[in-house]
Design a protein around this ligand. Sequence first.
Ligand code: H79
Length: 434
Amino acid sequence: MISQCTGRTDSGNQLQSASDEVELERMEWFREAKFGLFLHWGLYSISEGEWGGDTTLAEWLMIKADIPSSEYEKLAKKFNPVDFNAREWVRVAKAAGMRYIVITAKHHDGFCMYDSKYTEYDILDATPYGKDPMKELAKACREGGIKLCFYYSIADWHHPELHQKYNQRKFHPAGFHGNPNPNADIRKYAEYMKNQTQELLSNYGDVGIIWYDAGGAFRGDDMAKLLDTESIIKMIREMQPGCLINDRLAGPGTDYGTPEQHIPEGVQAKPFEVCMTLGRKWSWSKYDVDWKTPAQVIFNLVDITSKGGNYLLGIGPKPDGSLPTPATEILPQVGKWLDEYGESVYNAGAIRDQLRFREGIATQGDDKIYLHFFKEIGKETITLEGYFHDHKKIYMLDPSGNKEIKTEKYHGALVLHLPKKLNPNPDRIIVIEY
Ligand code: H79
């Protein structure tokens, strides 16, 4: 049974200083967004999950199949996403109820999916496609009212100035590089990263997040010092004060935490975003057949909301630019649910009251508490301990007409009389308006 014992003091939310205010303002859209789309799209997508008979691969193709740069680079000649339609991607995200998109501008393979003047290893210079898909996506996002955010890998298996020892030593004892350079100069790589960050913030309008990811690189090294991340953070703040920075870039004053493929326990004091795949893989693999159901996605979204976080759900576009069919079938069903019940997510967050609700998950808005039941509970009353508001109305949220719930107060608790069958499909929500 899902159980929850929550509660948080409000002092954690009080402003301490003017800089806290700037921070809160910067975070505002993110707190309200709740749900985002994470897209992993790059040269690795061409493999469709398979290389040399190994069918377990995805965006880690290069390191896992131990492919030298000279060979991996050849994939670029095959990258021609003629079916890419930025408006369609934005439509799918919006129809799913998502409010931001994070896309791989550069993954660990080092290949840039946007037009960069600092390398020829990018989609404009190295592929037959001849366009910058990020330009199209930025335009479609702007038109559709979706925040565009860039994933940028700190690890880089291709750049000559990043020594292999910094790349994923945990997985390869000596680190990994497609074309190792014993004379690599980390200061030059740091400059490259900073320059490319500057490009991403210059050429695509407002950027919601720079989503850095080391993917296990620089573990055991002083990343902040080696890459002078303080100056990168300073530059981002100056260029786009509204742009968030996730905490995978080591350094002072990043904005939020990024648990990957798991949901943390309990209400979190700090802002966070759970990134999680819809299938098993981040990038497109035709062998990836195990997809979450709409009900699982909805449960996760509510669960994460109740802990104070966002849900960044990952899918891998195909190399031709189209979106995988399972995703385009599952996501609209999540969106339909959000159309009807979304206020319990978008207008809510972690529970602030010392409320004990054992039968499901509670979210709380300014003047409403939402009790989510994800299964039949086998009884007709529940008792909410710690409930102290004078409520105005209590009802079952129902798009065809809310239905009143009978209640009584009992020694500082609130007793709710439920219908015989809750029929959670996937969720039933009782709203307490106070
Ligand atoms: O971009 C996605 C991953 O490529 C990246 N972060 C997300 C957002 C990531 N980097 N490191 N990790 C995730 C954790 C490492 C997991 C691993 Fe594996 C397990 C590396 C090798 C085994 C994942 C599964 C990568 C290859 C197989």
